[in-house]
Design a protein around this ligand. Structure first.
Ligand code: PSV
Ligand code: MN
Length: 432
């Protein structure tokens, strides 16, 4: 076991926590008394919340851009080693993001063993590997302009399949246990492609990838309504995703990216349906307001996040043996410091989970069975109205993190230091 070489000085965290301790314990005791009046044991919930694990996206550690512009930030990471360091800061202060989800070829390395060691030394492991056949790379033979896994021409499909196989290979060496596949394939014009044949080609290509999966791996199929295709997308919704996952086999599961649905879609109901089908594979957490999919988790609609976790807590209680969705953050931070956004997002996700854990399930079930609509709604509302921040902060402190991660991060001067050491990022625009 390599001794973790953590980025922020432990003494800084300790003195910060000492300064917060008294107020924090006082606030926690107050919350504990309040929760116990509803029959909820705060200490138990805190222990459960400590086991919540979210993966951070390597691509979310750098400053993102829109298709119009990117505004680089001094000190932002520009390669996988630097991204790992920043993800390690997030994990060190927040304590619920122990793994990183890499994206290839963006994070390509000739020496995966060295990368794995570097991550371990920073206290990190690797989560699902993500393939990328939605962009052309300078060294690739065939273009994905008209599709990748669903392209009309077999050699282009083969090239996209090969890339996914290479991702599995590198993922094995990194210690990953899943491959996330999102394709941008689709059409911009009615008539451009056969809606049925393109899906058949997807199934055929995906089956070839599936057959190369190690036994203890999952293949996570990510759907997205639109963008970059604006008329039709091959895997556009949870229905297409579920059909594909069922066709492929038990290791194929559906991944829900919260920003990949039409406005007002009831995502929590999709969660319940995919769980019922035994196909709830994982999440890409983010938030969105319009057609976007990259805003910070919980920044627009924290209540929806709570309702999603409400379904997850029920699903786990129903089928704890088969319940193992992978939780990942998928965001692009265009105008904030990504470390701050990741810390804030991880806390918002943990808060939604905590709110769901404090729902009185017996009371809710009784109200539902009695068709007491208002009582059922108020049961959820009461849980959501608790201010659970002291519980989250104490869970972090007990796990070695910071009482107030963003305040401590600012105090650490990390970004200014990195601005002296790191090369400047380019201002080339792009979605990621
Ligand atoms: C596509 O919008 C997506 O959600 C997929 O997960 C990609 O891998 C990721 O964003 C990064 O572009
Ligand atoms: Mn995603």
């Amino acid at each position: 076991m390599i001794a973790p070489d953590l980025p922020i000085a432990m003494e800084l965290i300790e003195s910060h926590n000492t300064a917060h301790r008294e107020v924090l314990e006082d606030d926690y005791d107050h919350l504990k008394r309040r929760l116990s009046r509803s029959g909820v044991d705060a200490d138990k919930i805190k222990q459960r919340v400590k086991r919540l694990e979210l993966a951070t996206p390597t691509w979310g550690a750098g400053v993102g851009g829109t298709r119009f512009a990117k505004f680089p930030m001094p000190g932002e990471p520009t390669n996988i080693d630097e991204k790992l360091e920043d993800c390690a800061v997030v994990q060190q202060l927040g304590r619920n993001t122990p793994r990183v989800s890499p994206h290839f070829p963006w994070d390509w390395t000739e020496d995966p063993a060295a990368l794995k060691d570097k991550a371990a030394a920073l206290g990190l492991g690797f989560d699902a590997v993500n393939s990328n056949t939605f962009q052309d790379q300078s060294d690739q033979k065939r273009s994905y302009r008209y599709g990748s896994l669903t392209h009309t021409q077999a050699p282009t499909r083969d090239q996209a399949i090969e890339h996914n196989l290479a991702c599995i290979e590198i993922g094995r060496k990194l210690g990953s246990k899943a491959l996330t596949v999102w394709i941008g394939d689709g059409a911009n014009f009615p008539g451009q492609q056969s809606l049925s044949k393109s899906f058949d080609r997807y199934l055929d290509s995906a089956a070839q990838i599936y057959s190369a999966l190690p036994n203890d791996w999952f293949m996570l199929l990510e759907h997205k309504l639109y963008e970059p295709a604006f008329y039709s997308t091959v895997i556009s919704d949870w229905g297409s995703s579920l059909l594909a996952a069922q066709e492929l086999g038990p290791k194929a599961q559906c991944l829900i990216d919260l920003g990949h649905h039409a406005p007002n879609v009831n995502i929590e109901q999709i969660v319940a349906r995919l769980d019922a089908a035994g196909k709830l594979g994982g999440f890409h957490f983010n938030d969105s307001k319009y057609g976007d999919d990259d805003l910070d988790s919980g920044s627009i609609n924290p209540h929806q996040l709570f309702l999603i976790f409400n379904e997850l807590v029920e699903a786990e209680a129903r089928n704890s043996a088969r319940f193992h969705p992978a939780y990942m953050i998928d965001q692009s931070h265009n105008i904030t410091d990504p470390i701050e956004s990741l810390l804030s997002s991880a806390e918002a996700i943990a808060a939604a989970f905590t709110h769901a854990l404090v729902v009185n399930r017996d009371e809710l079930a009784a109200a539902q069975d009695a068709n007491d609509v208002m009582a059922a709604f108020q049961t959820l509302r009461r849980a959501y109205n608790h201010d659970v921040r002291p519980l989250l902060a104490l869970a972090r402190v007990e796990a070695g993190g910071a009482a107030d991660p963003i305040a401590l991060y600012r105090k650490s001067g990390w970004r200014d230091r990195k601005a002296q050491e790191r090369r400047r990022a380019s201002a080339a625009p792009g979605i990621v």
